[in-house]
Design a protein around this ligand. Structure first.
Ligand SMILES: Cc1ncc(COP(=O)(O)O)c(C=O)c1O
Length: 458
């Protein structure tokens, strides 16, 4: 294999979904109707959908076959036990609490341990994590290393937690910190990995202050691949071993199976603490369902169990990471500013650098995301001041970065789709000086990026 430079998709296509070609005029009309919010667009009007890698991947033949084994017993379904075995094979926590997706796990956990006066550190909180922390009344604090805020700086583990900053926080406010979180990979910080060495250092600080460490483990397999390929002494280890070591450094986790579960829905919350698990299970019954299905059908549990076996396959992970880098390298070569090194699940365009004439509060990320859709029918996602600029006290300030994330659904698009994306992004970047910002004309009090309505500035 190593003789050949071309990385092929390690699968053949088994069933296909049509995608519809639209005209530029149709796309502008669709945007006007959607208040210039890409979340409001009918997916049939999208040519290449890179809005998210969450739940949008293609399931395998074996996952579809597993679905036929779904047992829909309310309590104690065999599908639950297959799910539990697959989860604990990689994450041997004592308690596994299934949920319909990641944010449900977050909501349960932070309802129990969050609350006013508390502060929850993370390398970078994902939007739903931050919102669930804040909804509980607690403060969500991002403590990623300085390089994590510098789009152009190359660092092998840019998702690492700033251990000194964590230590400082705990020295000052240990009583207010119910849990320390680390997100692998660091989605909001550019899909950047966290090293084992950093996790061990965070663990040591947590131990010193008697604090539990939880992983937001949505992209655990991609993180493990980066550890294998970038961290000293890890190259010969099987991926599942690396994953188990990551788990062994933590006391629990939240998970969205829509990412590295290779499933279209699902998630879980896991932990070792019996008393905490009991409180979480009580809440789960209230909102998700009985603890052996937790908001999921038996068939979903089966699809996840099989997905967890497939996602740690090295051929898959090699293809996944190299094909994401293929997009990133081509854009970099075309002079488009991108976050480097390239993340596992996405390439992040640095809209602030590309559009210096659009101030952050005129939302350069939104301007770029809209231009990609107008010109080429490509749907990306603003990760910047629209997503993170509004604060719980109602004030607004620029986010740390203004990025557009091109997230790659797993096993879904081929290299020619990606070549098309490269061509469109490069063409839009050439006309960057002509792009204009946006203003928000309506927004909800939280998570505004999903439903806000915009108007283009002239
Ligand atoms: C890092 C991270 N945490 C949590 C979530 C929330 O998961 P879900 O969308 O399944 O609720 C996501 C989803 O994109 C994520 O990327």
């Amino acid at each position: 294999m190593e003789r050949w430079r071309t990385i092929i998709e390690p699968f053949r296509i088994h069933s296909v979904e049509p995608i519809r070609i639209t005209t530029r005029e149709e796309r502008v009309r669709a945007l006007e109707a959607a208040g210039w919010n890409l979340f409001g667009i009918h997916a049939d009007d999208v040519l290449i959908d890179l809005l998210t890698d969450s739940g949008t991947g293609a399931m395998s033949r074996d996952q579809w076959a597993a679905i036929q084994h779904g047992d829909e017993s309310y309590a104690g379904s065999p599908s639950w036990y297959r799910f539990l075995d697959a989860v604990q094979e990689l994450f041997p926590f004592h308690h596994v609490i299934p949920t319909h997706q990641g944010r449900a796990a977050e909501r349960i956990l932070f309802s129990v341990i969050g609350g006013t006066g508390k502060v929850i550190p993370n390398n970078t909180h994902f939007d739903t994590t931050r919102a669930n922390v804040e909804f509980s009344g607690a403060e969500a604090l991002d403590l990623v290393i300085a390089e994590g805020h510098e789009p152009a700086t190359v660092h092998p583990f840019k998702g690492n937690m700033d251990v000194d900053a964590l230590e400082h926080l705990l020295a000052e406010r240990a009583d207010d910190v119910p849990v320390v979180f680390v997100t692998v990979t660091n989605n909001s910080g550019g899909g950047q990995p966290v090293s084992l060495r950093n996790l061990k250092a965070v663990r040591a600080v947590c131990d010193r202050f008697g604090k539990p460490l939880f992983l937001d483990a949505c992209r655990f397999a991609e993180n493990a691949w980066f550890i294998k390929t970038r961290e000293e002494g890890q190259a010969d280890r099987p991926i599942p071993d690396i994953v188990r070591e990551m788990a062994s450094l933590a006391d629990g986790m939240t998970m969205s199976a829509k990412k590295d579960g290779l499933a279209n829905i699902g998630g879980w919350l896991a932990m070792n603490d019996d008393a905490l698990a009991e409180r979480c299970r009580t809440l789960e019954i209230l909102t998700e369902g009985f603890p052996t299905y937790g908001g999921l059908a038996g068939r979903d549990l089966e699809a996840i169990a099989q997905g967890l076996r497939e996602v740690v396959d090295e051929d898959y992970l090699h293809y996944r990471i190299v094909s994401t880098a293929y997009l990133g390298s081509a854009l970099d070569a075309a002079g488009v500013p991108v976050v480097k090194p390239f993340g596992g699940h996405a390439v992040y365009l640095d809209a602030r650098a590309l559009l210096p004439h659009i101030p952050p509060l005129d939302y350069p990320g939104q301007a770029l995301a809209i231009a990609l859709y107008v010109e080429g029918g490509i749907r990306g996602c603003e990760i910047g001041t629209v997503m993170f600029g509004r604060h719980p006290d109602g004030s607004e300030s620029p986010a740390a970065m203004d990025l557009v994330r091109l997230a790659i659904p797993r096993r879904t698009y081929t290299q020619s789709h990606v070549d098309y994306v490269i061509e469109v992004v490069a063409a839009v970047a050439e006309q960057a000086a002509d792009l204009r910002g946006f203003r928000i004309v309506a927004e909800p009090s939280q998570l505004r990026h999903f439903t806000a309505r915009f108007e283009p500035l002239t």
